[in-house]
Each structure stands twice: as structure tokens, then as C-alpha cells.
Design a binder for this molecule. Structure first.
Ligand SMILES: C[S@@+](CC[C@H](N)C(=O)[O-])C[C@H]1O[C@@H](n2cnc3c(N)ncnc32)[C@H](O)[C@@H]1O
Length: 487
């Protein structure tokens, strides 16, 4: 299929297609021929843009929005439509008159459309998997005024990208950076995994709750910055931090809520998100805000929580803000196992929120507060925050006899402490072991009697590789003889 088509002025899309808008250029002959047999690796996690914005005009964004690009003019190529999908369909509705749309984002969309027409660039066609431009994502820094434009293309080849950016920034001088994101998959997901910085630093900075945040194109960013501050402040208030709590920020994105918590009463924050670049942003955000009591891990939230619970770790407060699909039961069960006293659960989908709150109630939590925050004014969407407190004791709490001297509290250390053993195992075997693991192995070797944990049926066994590493530590510290564990 030729990327060029006869110009046929026809109303529709953002403005009517005009033949004068369209000047073919030899270099542009490759636009629209973006179909490729190459496939990006499948991504197993929800993408940041699976949220309502960009999927439906109901959630038109003030500060962050993804617009679909489609061919108007009956698919002739003479016109280009840029806008949002009508609810439940992939019919593009123009948003140039949308009252909740950011005016700068509207200006960018108009400029992109006009440049595409001028260069004879084809919009992506979902049915034929042909065409070049799929989406335009515009992110506007609420306070900084910095603007990131992400052009999502069906293929890597963007031959006139420099002149495209030059033209775009000439028409929209407020644009501070432009990124090309390549998405060649036949999917509803907006972003692909490959990216190329075309202009500027590739990210924007913005301010929220007195902190400064770096946001790149793949990272999640709330659509309504004004209300985001309301949402975050209320979440931190509900978490009731007093300087002693270890907080987990699950589904942390660029670390926004976790960093606000770290700066407002959390002793320690551990953030987890599936998107690597968001975690890169979160670490950078901690660094440039001078926050040293927060660390961030790129991982699936369920696997991370489960592993923490298995390792016998504890959390005092869990703040969670999953995508629309909500959390898995395994993740929620692991939160209960971590023994969190409070869970502050933020959600943009009341259905999955209600489902997950019910499950947490079965795990021993009581719903204390549930409140809406109007993140999407003039739409049917609402954000909600719930505070849950733990009613029942943790089922798998690890009761371990550790003497004060073993903890290094008071007096000379006569035998290795749990910390000594843990350090040795980490250094020698690269493994992290919990107090529970060590206590289990001590009990197995007859070195220590484990406390009675009757009624506690969920204690996991020490995994084999940790078992061997702990036995090695026991040998190293002369607690057992070589071979004594064999029988
Ligand atoms: C609604 S956003 C919340 C982000 C952040 N709390 C904020 O306010 O900016 C949901 C986040 O969940 C992340 N996510 C989606 N699926 C995930 C998973 N299985 N494990 C961890 N994070 C996931 C997304 O990358 C996204 O950053």
C-alpha cells in the first residue's frame, strides 16, 4: 500500500483536510510503510497508559493525555483525525473543542496533524496494520510548564524526524522535549518498549507536594496535577506516619506518593513498580530531592510482596495505587502476611477497588475510611482512597527467640548474632535470609528451640538454597561441625 494517497478535501478530524496542507517529499515515501514482521518482546505487565486517559474522552487529561491518530477522509489519507476513542469503540472523536483539555496539548495536536499532512505522513490503520503515526502523547508539567511530546510510531524508521521536530517546536515553542516510541504490535496498548530521544532531554520535571519529579514518557503520571496534590496529601494523612513506620509504596510509578511519604513521617519507604524507566525516574527523584530513606525496586508487585512475606519481612504501612485492573489476591494476601497495620489503597476503578477491599476484609482488615477524589472533573470517572486497619493478628507472624546478646544489645557478643549470620550469607552466597529462616535452621540443628507457633499454619519452609547457605554460616561460626547436618 502506498503511503501517499490522492488529496481529497473532506471535513472530519481536527479541521478539514486541505490539499494545500499536503506536500509530498521524497524522504517521506517511507512513512506509512511502517508494517514490520519484527515484533517487540511481549510485555506481561499493564502499561502506564492502561489508565482511562487516552482510552476514552471521558478522562480527557489536563496535564497528560494520549491521543489516537487515525486516517480521516474515508481512509483516503487526505485527512487525519487526532483525538480520543469514543467509549467502548475505536472511533476517534476530535478533542480540539474539549473544555477540560490542556490548551497547549491541543496546540501540539493541531501542529502534529498539520505537519503530518504537509509531509504526506499516514496515520496508523488498526485493521491493516499499515501507516506510521499511532498516537501522540502530550505531558505538560503543571508547575514547570515543561512539555514532553511522545510520537508513537509503527516502525523505527523516521527519516525526517529532525525537520519534524524543528517544525513542531517552531509552531509550539513551549515543547521542551520530543521522544519517538516504537510500537509495532497489533495491540490496544499505547506504548511500545523501544524509544528514541528526538529533541531535548527526553523527560520533563514537575513539582508536586513541594517535591520535584522527573517524568519520562513510559512512566505513569497522574492526569490532573491540582487534584493529585489533594489525593497524595489525603493518602499520607490516612497513613498516619509518625517517624517510625516502614512503608511500602506498591505500584509506585515515579515514586511520587512514596517520596512524599518519605518526606512526611515515614522512617523508611520501599517502592515497587513493574516499569523499569519509572523506577529509574523514582531513584533519580529521591536523589535530587535529597531523600535518603526511600529505595525503589523494579519488579512485579505480586512477586515482590510474596517474596518479602516469604522472607519473613515486615511492613507497618502499605500504600498501594494499582492500575485499573486492581491487585491480585496473592498480592493482597502477602500484604496481610507482611503484617501491615494500615493499608491506604488508592484506585481509579471503583469496581476493582470494591473487590479488593472485600478480599482484604477476609484477610483481617477493617475498612475505616472510603472517600472519593475528583481527579476527572466533568466525567463519570472518580478516584477513591480507602484506609484499612488490621483487626486480626498476622497469621504467619514469626515468633523467634532471640536473646538480647544475640541482637548485640548489651555485653560482649559470645555467639554470632542473627545479623552476623545474615551478613555472612549475603556476602558469601549473595542471598538474603530472614530471622525466620535462621531460626528454623537453628531449630533443625538443635541449636535453639523455636517458640510455639501453634495455630500458625502458614510458616513457609526455608528454601533449599538458603538452607545450605545458613548451614555454611553455622559451620563458619563453629556452631555445627562439618557433616553434622547430614543425618
Ligand atoms: C495508577 S499508576 C500509580 C502510579 C503512582 N502511584 C502515581 O501516583 O503516579 C499504577 C502503576 O502501576 C504500575 N504497574 C502496573 N502493573 C504492575 C505490576 N504488575 N506490578 C508493579 N507495578 C505495576 C504501572 O507501571 C503504574 O506506574
Amino acid at each position: 500500500m502506498s503511503p501517499f494517497v490522492p488529496a481529497r478535501g473532506k471535513p472530519g478530524g481536527i479541521g478539514a483536510g486541505r490539499a494545500s496542507d499536503r506536500r509530498t517529499h521524497a524522504a517521506e515515501a517511507r512513512y506509512g510503510a511502517g508494517q514490520s514482521s519484527r515484533r517487540s518482546p511481549a510485555r506481561s505487565h499493564a502499561r502506564p497508559h492502561d489508565r482511562p486517559h487516552g482510552r476514552s474522552p471521558l478522562a480527557a487529561a489536563r496535564s497528560d493525555r494520549a491521543s489516537a491518530v487515525g486516517q480521516g477522509g474515508g481512509g483516503s489519507g487526505a485527512d487525519i483525525l487526532i483525538g480520543m476513542y469514543a467509549p467502548g469503540t475505536h472511533r476517534i472523536v476530535r478533542t480540539d473543542g474539549c473544555l477540560v483539555e490542556n490548551p497547549q496539548a491541543q496546540q501540539v495536536i493541531r501542529a502534529v496533524r498539520s505537519i503530518m499532512l504537509r509531509y504526506g505522513m499516514l496515520a496508523y490503520n488498526e485493521d491493516s496494520h499499515q501507516g506510521f503515526m499511532r498516537h501522540v502523547v502530550v505531558r505538560v508539567g503543571h508547575r514547570s510548564g515543561e512539555v514532553l511530546v511522545t510520537l508513537v510510531t509503527n516502525g523505527d524508521d523516521f527519516p525526517a524526524s529532525r525537520s519534524f521536530c524543528r517544525e513542531l517546536t517552531r509552531r509550539c515553542p513551549f515543547v521542551t522535549t520530543v521522544v519517538q516510541n516504537v510500537n509495532e504490535r497489533q495491540t490496544n496498548v499505547v506504548l511500545g518498549s523501544r524509544e528514541r530521544r528526538l529533541y531535548g532531554p527526553g523527560f520533563i520535571l514537575d513539582e508536586l507536594c513541594g517535591l520535584s519529579f522527573r517524568i519520562s514518557s513510559q512512566s505513569f503520571y497522574q492526569v490532573n496535577a491540582t487534584q493529585t496534590e489533594v489525593l497524595y496529601r489525603r493518602t499520607i494523612e490516612l497513613a498516619q506516619l509518625s517517624g517510625t513506620q516502614r512503608v511500602i509504596d506498591a505500584y509506585c510509578g515515579t515514586g511520587t506518593i512514596g517520596l512524599v511519604a518519605a518526606a512526611n513521617g515515614a522512617r523508611e519507604v520501599v517502592g515497587v513498580d513493574a516499569v523499569e524507566s519509572a523506577i529509574g525516574d523514582a531513584r533519580e527523584n529521591a536523589r535530587h530531592n535529597g531523600i535518603d530513606n526511600a529505595r525503589f525496586v523494579a519488579a512485579d508487585a505480586t512477586a515482590f510482596m510474596r517474596d518479602m512475606a516469604r522472607a519473613g519481612e515486615r511492613a507497618d504501612v502499605v500504600i498501594m495505587d494499582p492500575p485499573r485492573a486492581g491487585a491480585t489476591e496473592e498480592c493482597l494476601a502477602a500484604i496481610a502476611e507482611l503484617g501491615a497495620d494500615r493499608v491506604a489503597y488508592v484506585s481509579c476503578n471503583p469496581h476493582t477497588h470494591a473487590r479488593d477491599l472485600r478480599f482484604l476484609a477476609q484477610q483481617g482488615y477493617r475498612l475505616e475510611t472510603l472517600q472519593g477524589v475528583d481527579m476527572f472533573p466533568h466525567t463519570a470517572h472518580v478516584e477513591s482512597i480507602a484506609l484499612l486497619t488490621r483487626e486480626k493478628p498476622v497469621k504467619s507472624y514469626a515468633y523467634v527467640n532471640i536473646s538480647p546478646s544475640e541482637l548485640g544489645m548489651g555485653g560482649e557478643i559470645k555467639k554470632p548474632t542473627y545479623e552476623n549470620i545474615r551478613e555472612y550469607v549475603k556476602k558469601t552466597h549473595g542471598l538474603t535470609v530472614s530471622s525466620l529462616n535462621i531460626a528454623q535452621m537453628k531449630a533443625e540443628c538443635g541449636l535453639e528451640k523455636q517458640a510455639d507457633r501453634s495455630g500458625d499454619k502458614k510458616q513457609p519452609n526455608c528454601p533449599p538454597e538458603k538452607r545450605e547457605a545458613i548451614l555454611d554460616a553455622f559451620r563458619h561460626f563453629g556452631m555445627i561441625e562439618d557433616g553434622s547436618e547430614e543425618d
